[in-house]
Each structure stands twice: as C-alpha cells, then as structure tokens.
Design a protein around this ligand. Structure first.
Ligand code: NAP
Length: 274
C-alpha cells in the first residue's frame, strides 16, 4: 500500500493512462478524485473502484474557472490533496488540420518503411491554424498550469505533496506529425523543472513522465501503418500498456521517490534513450 491514506486527483482519468493511474492509486490505498471532461467515462472509472474510495468531478482542465471550481469541490468533499497527476490530454484537435496530417500518413510512412526517398512532405506547421495550435497548448500546458496552481495553493498549507505531469517522448525528441503536441509536451517539462525548484523548500516534489507509444484510445484515429511503425521503432517490439505508465507515476507520487524532484522518467520500450 504505497499511497495509504493519501488523497489524489488524476485529470483525464476516464480513459487510457489516467484510468490506469486512478485504479492503481486506489489499489495502493489512495482516495481518488477522478477528473475528466466527460461525465460518463469519469463515472465508469469510479465504478471500477471500491465504493466510497473515488469521486468523479467533470471539468475541462483548459478552463481556469472550471479547474478552480473542481478544486473547491475537492476542498468541500474530500478534504486535502496529497497527489496531483496532470494527465488529461488530446492527440489532435479535429478539423481540417487533423485531416490534412492524417491524409499524409499512408504515403509518408509507406515511404519511410520501404526506404524509398521521401516525396510526401509533412508540411504541417505551415498549414496549421491559430485555433489548432491554441487548443493543443490550452489542454496540455494551460491545463497543467491551472491544476498545478490550485494544487500548490493547498499543498503549501501543509508543506508536502507530489505532482506528476504526463509529458511524452514527443516533448523530449519532437514529433513530426504533431509539432503543436511536441511543443506542449516540451513546455510541460520546462514547467516541471522550474516549479520543482520553486517549491522544493516546501517539501513538495514535482516530476514528469514521458511515455513512448502506449496502447490507448488516443491512438485510435491513427492509421494502422503508424502502429506498425511505432512497433518497429520501439526496441522492445510492442506498444506499452497504460498499466506500465501507471507504475512509473505511482513511483514518483509515492514516498519511495522522496529524494526525486524536477526529473522525468520515460517508460518507452527503448524508443528514446537520452
Ligand atoms: P486517452 O485514452 O484519450 O485519455 C485521455 C483522457 O483525457 C480522455 O478521457 C479525454 O477525454 C480526457 N481529456 C481530454 N481533454 C480534456 C480536458 N480538456 N479536460 C479534462 N479531460 C480531458 O489518452 P491517453 O493515451 O491515456 O493519454 C493520457 C496522457 O498521456 C495524455 O496527456 C497524452 O498526451 C499522454 N501520452 C499518451 C501517449 C500514448 O501513446 N497514448 C504517449 C505519450 C503521452 P476525451 O476522450 O473526451 O477527449
């Protein structure tokens, strides 16, 4: 029981990695606040946790007023907060930018896998709209800031706490298919390192996890060829599972990582070795 008696809030916990984190945290003794932008999925995660040990709160993390209201609801119902996991995320924002990028995947990845010279250029940044750029940064970077700000206001009262934010290998080495995603995830790493230094004197630890390719609904819109490429590029030869990411998050959130702050851990099957 690595989180016995702790209270944890996990954003985007209605699906994929966030759901696996919420379930693992509950199994380790935590009371879990399950946030998601969708009520039905948040409630499905709560239903998978023993009664009374979890609570669903719907909020869009990209909206600071909704985030503030969520934390006020936590104050009024659950009490304090020991652990925050900034996990909510999107792989694309829909619309013409997404269609344009996905429309190129078949030709481009086909060329990459065959070793033929590349003629299908991505050309994603030059065509991207302001709205697509803003929404990606809003969900990942603004959302991480809004939730971290509220969590710190509470953790600072007791001078303890742990914050883990989900970045990505895209934040470490970039991602040609989604430059806005790579920028948002790299921003989360810079924010993590800075806040870790800022609040260390209060005994609050702040870390990040940078998953490689993980088998979740986030990957559903991608053509099957991308999955093939992901498996080929990953030395362990497969996609990771949400549970394998939850294990890394649990370590950083728990007292076992009591001397770890301002760091990132990258469970990625060997994809990135920096
Ligand atoms: P997922 O299965 O799609 O889960 C993400 C959850 O976050 C969904 O339930 C989603 O709701 C929710 N969400 C989206 N926008 C939100 C918002 N504004 N406020 C609150 N909740 C919101 O994806 P996942 O793969 O588990 O992704 C979890 C995190 O891991 C993300 O930050 C992602 O970038 C990161 N990550 C994933 C991979 C991967 O290969 N899967 C790799 C590296 C990093 P909707 O379904 O309604 O959008």
């Amino acid at each position: 029981m690595k989180l016995e008696g702790k209270i944890a809030l996990v954003t985007g916990a209605g699906s994929g990695i966030g759901r696996a984190i919420a379930l693992r945290f509950a199994a380790e003794g935590a009371r879990v606040v399950v946030n998601d932008v969708r009520k039905d999925t948040a409630e499905r995660t709560v239903a998978a946790i023993p009664a009374g040990q979890a609570r669903a709160i719907v909020a869009d993390v990209a909206d600071s007023a909704q985030v503030r209201a969520m934390f006020e609801e936590v104050d009024g119902t659950v009490g304090g907060l020991d652990v925050l996991v900034n996990n909510a995320g999107i792989g694309d924002v829909g619309g013409p930018d997404r269609d344009r990028a996905l429309g190129k995947v078949e030709a481009r990845v086909g060329e990459m896998l065959s070793g033929r010279p590349v003629t299908a250029h991505w050309d994603i940044t030059q065509a991207m709209s302001d709205e697509t750029w803003r929404r990606m940064l809003a969900v990942h970077l603004d959302g991480t800031f809004y939730c971290t700000r509220e969590a710190l206001r509470r953790m600072s009262r007791v001078n303890r706490g742990a914050i883990v934010s989900i970045s990505s290998v895209a934040g470490l080495v970039g991602m040609e298919l989604a430059p806005h995603y790579g920028a948002a995830k790299a921003g989360i790493l810079g924010f993590t390192r800075s806040v870790a230094r800022e609040v260390a004197s209060r005994g609050i630890r702040v870390n990040a996890v940078c998953p490689g390719w993980i088998d979740t609904p986030l990957l559903d819109p991608l053509p099957p060829l991308v999955r093939t490429l992901a498996q080929r590029q990953t030395p362990l030869g497969r996609l990771g599972s949400p549970e394998e990411i939850a294990a890394a998050v649990l370590f950083l959130a728990s007292d076992e990582a009591s001397f770890v702050t301002g760091q990132w851990l990258s469970p990625n099957g060997g994809l990135v070795t920096i």
